[in-house]
Design a protein around this ligand. Structure first.
Ligand SMILES: NC(=O)c1ccc[n+]([C@@H]2O[C@H](COP(=O)([O-])OP(=O)(O)OC[C@H]3O[C@@H](n4cnc5c(N)ncnc54)[C@H](O)[C@@H]3O)[C@@H](O)[C@H]2O)c1
Ligand SMILES: O=C(O)CC[C@@H](O)C(=O)O
Length: 527
């Protein structure tokens, strides 16, 4: 019988499912060292947010086939290392949506009616009705940042309470927002107009510190902010200061930059109008049963040799088909991610052209992998091989598939063209003999570069000195260049430059690059 380790508290409903196919060991107080020591015995690992599944743990695993995260976020799992080792990582993207949305609403109402402070006051023997005159949410403006699963449910509940809804989500179409009853606005306007702000975004480079001192300064003096999404989206020190100086009306936080919240966090000393809960968004009996069953069923299926329905890193194909397509899926996902970032903004159309030998394969998994890559900036771990097509459709992204077996620059190559709100862009990539990925074309400019974690692309005039200027500028900001390549169609015409860099660009450097004479555009990409 295969062996399964459950290293965080999981609802019994999940354990019951797994006990039918595996020997289940529940050990919820293992240290990192303990996990490295015991993991070679196990075929499957089931966790919540408490266990950090590090590279060291995954590399120590010798027979691990699946890691199941009973919840949405897989930010506590080194997914890249798991993928490299062929270990499936599954999650439960929707099992706790309602729980998290209801927690956000509860936080908003608790702030409005001073419920935690009033409760404390009565329990301390007082009867002070004057101190707790609240405000109604009826007819107030709620600004929703992130209009995905949870944001949409919050919108429905808030609408029913008579709130006016505005939302900021650069990856959602106006039509979709209207269906939900929200007016899409830019972030600046949302900050200025909202009486309540609720955050429902993943933590990404764009959302980290989205609410900082400058953002807080734009808000109404009585604004109330709720964060039940991820820590690090609000600058905690700036928020504590704004609350202490009574520059905003209140805040309610369920998630923190570091969890558990540090003993000396500035938030702990804010007395009034700050409600803190210890990451309870998903902590309802119903959500815990949902995520436990959802993930347990997937672990059971994988242990029985069947595909998983919500794999974050590997699609639900039978092993033979998967083995054949796996390198192309990686190519499609990388190119989808790349073209999504190069195009930026909202994508309206994705054209997927399979070329050479790839044109003779089943196109569906390749298209899905490209969409998964395309949506990964917006949805992070929420997008998987199962929901990518549905998510794309809901976001108004049309997909066109074409095949051209006659294009044979490489054995098999893939061309993706994205038409978006900020312009049209195209990338092509191929697999080398050893399965390594090459980006071979960007916006019709021929290049030949492997994808890198951090990349910088420029569109510029092909003229002497420009490469040197960019090199020196990066050097002066201590950014190390791993490789650099230029592609052009005609001498002294338009050109592209692709740099693989070891570090992300520090603040302000991209603007400096754009100011270099001859540079027409520049953008960074994180793959
Ligand atoms: N507190 C908890 O216990 C708890 C429970 C469940 C989920 N969560 C967290 O809640 C968040 C939302 O979850 P979800 O299931 O609704 O995810 P989702 O993927 O359905 O929605 C996220 C939305 O954010 C949008 N988005 C991405 N980048 C953005 C940006 N820069 N600006 C504005 N919008 C952006 C996306 O387009 C998407 O519509 C996630 O961070 C998730 O991890 C927390
Ligand atoms: O309670 C948990 O397991 C975390 C819930 C939530 O943050 C998630 O990512 O699903």
């Amino acid at each position: 019988m295969p062996k399964l380790l459950v290293s965080d508290p999981i609802d019994q409903a999940g354990i019951d499912i797994l006990s039918q196919v595996a020997q289940v060991d529940v050990e919820t107080s293992l240290s990192q060292e303990d996990l490295v020591r015991v993991i070679p015995e196990y075929d499957a690992l089931m966790i919540r947010s408490g266990t950090r599944v590090t590279k060291e743990i995954i590399e120590a695993a010798t027979q691990l086939k699946i890691i199941g995260r009973a919840g949405v976020g897989v930010d506590n799992v080194d997914v890249a290392t798991a993928t490299r080792k062929g270990i499936v990582v599954v999650n439960s993207p929707e099992g706790n949506t309602i729980a998290a949305a209801e927690h956000a609403i509860a936080m908003m109402l608790s702030l409005s009616r001073y419920i935690p402070d009033a409760n404390q006051s009565v329990k301390s023997g007082k009867w002070n009705r004057k101190a707790f005159v609240g405000t109604e949410v009826y007819k107030k403006t709620l600004g929703i940042v992130g209009l995905g699963k949870i944001g949409s449910h919050v919108a429905a509940a808030a609408k029913a309470m008579g709130m006016k809804l505005i939302a900021y989500d650069p990856f959602i179409s106006t039509e979709r927002a209207e269906q939900i009853g929200c007016r899409l606005v830019d972030l600046d306007l949302l900050f200025r107009e909202a009486d309540y702000i609720t955050l429902h975004v993943p933590k990404t480079a764009e959302t980290a510190n989205m609410i900082d001192a400058a953002a807080l300064a734009k808000m109404k003096p009585n604004v109330r902010i709720v964060n039940c999404s991820r820590g690090g989206i609000i600058d905690e020190a700036a928020l504590a200061e704004a609350l202490r100086e009574e520059r905003i009306g209140g805040a309610a936080l369920d998630v923190f930059e570091n969890e558990p919240l540090e003993a000396d966090s500035p938030l702990r000393s804010v007395g009034k109008q700050l409600i803190l809960t210890p990451h309870l968004g998903a902590s309802t009996a119903e959500a815990q049963v949902n995520v436990a069953i959802d993930v347990a069923e997937q672990i059971r299926d994988v242990l029985l040799g069947l595909p998983a329905r919500s794999a974050v890193n590997i699609p639900g194909l039978y092993p033979d088909a998967l083995e054949k397509l796996r390198p192309y899926l990686q190519l499609a996902e990388t190119l989808g991610n790349l073209v999504g970032q190069v195009a930026g903004g909202r994508i309206e159309l994705l054209n997927v052209r399979m070329q050479g030998d790839l044109a003779n394969n089943d196109s569906q998994p390749v298209v899905v992998a490209a969409l998964k890559g395309l949506l990964s900036q917006a949805l992070r771990e929420r997008v998987n091989y199962v929901n990518a097509s549905i998510e794309a459709k809901e976001r108004g992204i049309r997909v066109i598939e074409t095949r051209d077996a006659s294009i044979r620059d490489y054995a098999g190559s893939l061309h993706l063209e994205a038409k978006g709100s900020l312009g049209d862009h195209a990338v092509t990539g191929a697999l080398l003999g050893d399965g390594e990925i090459r980006i071979t074309d960007i916006d019709e400019f021929p290049i030949n570069v492997p994808p890198n974690h951090y990349m910088l692309f420029t569109r510029h005039r092909d003229m002497p000195g420009i490469i040197g200027k960019i090199g020196s500028l990066l050097g002066s900001f201590n950014v190390n260049i791993a490789s650099m390549q230029v592609g052009r169609k005609i001498v002294r015409g338009d050109a592209v430059m692709v740099l693989s860099i070891d570090d992300p660009l520090p603040d302000g450097l991209l603007d400096e690059i754009k100011k270099v004479p001859g540079i027409r555009d520049a953008y960074t990409v994180t793959l």
